[in-house]
Structures are given as structure tokens and as C-alpha cells.
Design a protein around this ligand. Structure first.
Ligand code: PBG
Length: 329
């Protein structure tokens, strides 16, 4: 008895007493189907190539990618998002390898579809940065500036070759104005009304993409601040959201995830389409690096980040830990 009698009369701690109690009252549960695995496939290699800044993640060979896709199915993951890494000599100003039916991403899409059929949602990154020699997500004009509308024509063509190669879903990640509308029209024009668009709707110019640049062997000249969003802005994301939906987005994405949970929550409140979050390379690298130093408990930290992203409103999460986490759930 305290000197205040029965105070406190309300004791929230009663709902935290045992693991069984905590499990019963949990408001957010992760499920393997909540997860999508982003994966890199590199042209012309016979062994998977480790990515230094992403311990545990590799640039796949065609064969090891098929195996990773099969493992993702086995673990119950719902999708795989593919990124192509062409041979260095194949990069040029317009990102030609991105629209070559025999370009590495298209080859990988066919491989993975042959392996998993419809058991896994096969998605493709629809962007030029993996294929341009200057590393930008678009083509440049004579002054070296991003040419938005010329880039849209390249995206339309990319959408068509990716759909023909077997993508169930295309993921335009270049943040060009009008990209969703142009891609929808391009897909419909070749009779691919069935292919869905996962729009990278709120994509911020983030320092946390650093390890990805190594993963796709991109040497970006300059930065992406004229097309990706300023981290300071939230309202701007709602504007991008309205435009993407108007242009025909089937699903919308917020990226990165961890530093933008407020954006994710606002987007999730505002729409009735599925909302996806991308836990990006730098978010992955931070946890792995701190864990390697023994500074945090790796497994707990991973689950905590994913739970936070789902709690904030994500229906589905792209994460490099997808298969590993799905197996443990
Ligand atoms: C663009 C693209 C990027 C990522 C996914 N798609 C890089 C960028 O915008 O600079 C980053 C993913 C990650 O960091 O994990 N093709």
C-alpha cells in the first residue's frame, strides 16, 4: 500500500506481464507475406559477387538469382524486386541496356518467371540509373540537365520490354513528372493491362542510398536533388501521391522507410491502395555494421525496424532481410 491508497488504479503494465500476454495484445504482427526481397543480378559473372557495404547481400549470377527466388517462395515471401547490373562497357548516355530485350534485367525476369511462375510476384525496377554511364535516372539534354520528357519515352519503352520479359509489376523509381501516366499508357497500348504499377511515390534524395550505388556499380555524377524529394518536405509527398493515383498507380511506395515513418503514416491514412515501404540499403547497412561491432542485438534490431515500418502503415515492406526474416516468423 502506498501512501496514496490504491493509486494507481489503472495499470497498463498488467498487459505486459508475460510473453503470452504480450503476444495476445500485440497490435502489429509481421507475416512472411508482408515482405518483398530486392535482389541484384549482374551480367557476365560466374560467381555471386559480395557487396562490401551490404554484408550478406550479393550481386547474383543468373543461377544464384533463380535459387534466391526459389528460397523466397519457400520462405513465404510475397515478391522479389529485380535490379540489373549490366557489364560496364554496356552503359551509355541513354541507358540502352535497359530497353534491350537481351539486357540483363530482361534476361533475369525471364529466368525468374521460369523458376517461380506465379508463386512469387516478380517485380522490376523501372529506372535508367543502372544503365546510364553518367548514373542519372534519366537522359540528359545538351546542357547536361535531366530531360524529363525525353526520359518518359525511355521509361515507356522500358515498361514494355519488362512486361514482355515477364514482370508482374513494374516499379518506376526515377521520380520524373508524369512517369506513371506514360507507363500505364505504354503498357495498355501493347495489351498489358494485367501488369501493375508500384509507383515510387514519395522518394527522397537520401544519403542512405550509398550502399546501393556500390550494389549496382553506379558512379553518379552530381546528385539527384532535382528529381528526388527534399527530406524536409511532407506536404510535397501528398501532392506526388495525388498525381500518381490520378495517373494510374496501383500501389504506392514511400522510400526510404525508417527516417520517413511520418510520411508513411500520412500516406497510409490518405489512400485506399496498398502502401509499400522500402527499407533501403543504408538502413540495412547501419544495422549490420552496428551488430558486427557488437553494439546492438542484430536480430532484435531487424524485427524492431520492420515492426515499426508496418505499425506506421506499410502493407508490404521491401527489405534485404526478407527471406531470412520470413523463415524465422
Ligand atoms: C533507382 C533506385 C535506387 C534505389 C532503388 N531504386 C537508387 C537511387 O535512387 O539512388 C535504392 C535502393 C536502396 O538503397 O536499397 N534505380
Amino acid at each position: 500500500m502506498t501512501k496514496y491508497g490504491a493509486f494507481p488504479g489503472t495499470r497498463p503494465r498488467r498487459l505486459r506481464t508475460t510473453p503470452a500476454m504480450r503476444r495476445m495484445v500485440a497490435e502489429t504482427r509481421l507475416h512472411p507475406a508482408d515482405l518483398i526481397l530486392p535482389a541484384f543480378v549482374r551480367e557476365g559473372v560466374s560467381e555471386p559477387v559480395p557487396i562490401g557495404a551490404m554484408p550478406g547481400v550479393v550481386q547474383h549470377t543468373r543461377d544464384s538469382l533463380k535459387k534466391a527466388a526459389a528460397e523466397a517462395v519457400e520462405a513465404g515471401v510475397s515478391g522479389i524486386m529485380l535490379f540489373g547490373v549490366p557489364e560496364e562497357g554496356k552503359k551509355d548516355g541513354r541507358g540502352s541496356a535497359g530497353t534491350d530485350p537481351d539486357g540483363i534485367l530482361q534476361v533475369a525476369l525471364r529466368d525468374v518467371r521460369a523458376e517461380v511462375g506465379d508463386d512469387l510476384l516478380v517485380m522490376s525496377d523501372l529506372c535508367l540509373d543502372e544503365y546510364t554511364d553518367h548514373g542519372h535516372c534519366g537522359v540528359l539534354d545538351a546542357e547536361g540537365r535531366i530531360d524529363n520528357d525525353a526520359t518518359l519515352e525511355r521509361y515507356a519503352e522500358m515498361a514494355q520490354v519488362q512486361a514482355e520479359a515477364g514482370a508482374h509489376v513494374v516499379g518506376p523509381s526515377g521520380m520524373m513528372d508524369g512517369q506513371i501516366g506514360v507507363i500505364r499508357e505504354a503498357l495498355d497500348r501493347i495489351g498489358r493491362q494485367d501488369v501493375a504499377i508500384l509507383a515510387y511515390t514519395a522518394k527522397y534524395a537520401s544519403a542512405f542510398y550509398g550502399p546501393f550505388r556500390e550494389a549496382v556499380g553506379s558512379s553518379l555524377r552530381g546528385d539527384r536533388k532535382t528529381y528526388q524529394q527534399d527530406p524536409a518536405n511532407l506536404r510535397e509527398s501528398l501532392r506526388e501521391l495525388a498525381l500518381d493515383l490520378e495517373e494510374g498507380a496501383d500501389m504506392v511506395m514511400v522510400k526510404p522507410a525508417g527516417p520517413y515513418l511520418d510520411v508513411l503514416a500520412r500516406v497510409a491514412d490518405a489512400v485506399d491502395v496498398p502502401v509499400v515501404a522500402y527499407q533501403i540499403s543504408g538502413e540495412y547497412a547501419m544495422v549490420e555494421a552496428a551488430a558486427e561491432k557488437g553494439w546492438i542485438d542484430r536480430d532484435r534490431a531487424i524485427l524492431e525496424t520492420l515492426t515499426g515500418i508496418k505499425r506506421a502503415g506499410a502493407r508490404t515492406i521491401l527489405t534485404y532481410w526478407a527471406t531470412e526474416v520470413a523463415r524465422k516468423l
